[in-house]
Design a binder for this molecule. Sequence first.
Ligand code: PEP
Length: 248
Amino acid sequence: MRAPLIAGNWKMNGSSSLVETFGEVLRGAELPRGVDVALMVPFPYLAAARARFPQDVVVGAQTLSDQGAGAFTGDVGGAMLKDLDVGMVLVGHSERRTLFGEDDAAVLARVKAALDVGLTPVLCLGETLEERDAERTEAVVLGQLEAVLDALAPSDRERLVLAYEPVWAIGTGRTASPEQAQQVHAAIRARLVRYAAGLGEAMKVLYGGSMKPDNAAQLLAQPDIDGGLIGGASLKVDDFLAICQSAG
Ligand code: PEP
């Protein structure tokens, strides 16, 4: 049985006072039992988030260096994230792939860097609108998945969380229909089963792309959708909590 995971991605948004607000509200709220909750906040707020958020809320980062440590000005290494008690890290978010030129090889290097220090990588996969219109959705998404899984040992594959995020639905207000999302999630799970039956059974596959309180329940009701990766709606604590409740 896969416990649902609701993970917020603040992207390059937020402030010390937003961390305080979330800390206060989350500490006073009753989070639904059996639902894992995580918030990926910008690097400067990780330590404050860990200090303020309830212990059962995982604090996550949004990327990491593919290098361990050294002369890489401006980069942040996985060991530093572990040092701050960060538990998860997004890898291969479409904004990193498109705006920062991270290709499959760069994504794989970051997944390995995360695994090396014991962080859970949340590997993001998704097609553009052009690719969907050309009926290449599954080829693109499964290609991104295989580029990572083929290069990992079986025991490391089990340590990933996946997030299917159609690029055309991220930050656009245009959500994949539950059926569209389920179709891709089912294809992802079928591909996981090819690696190992247990992998298909155990791996969490989240949906991301304009998930909001008013569409979360329908998406989360799909059999192969195990939670959400939430951008915009994770900046409003009431909306984020409402989505967490939908998963309970
Ligand atoms: C995201 O950033 O991963 C995301 C899904 O954003 P939004 O919810 O705003 O579409």
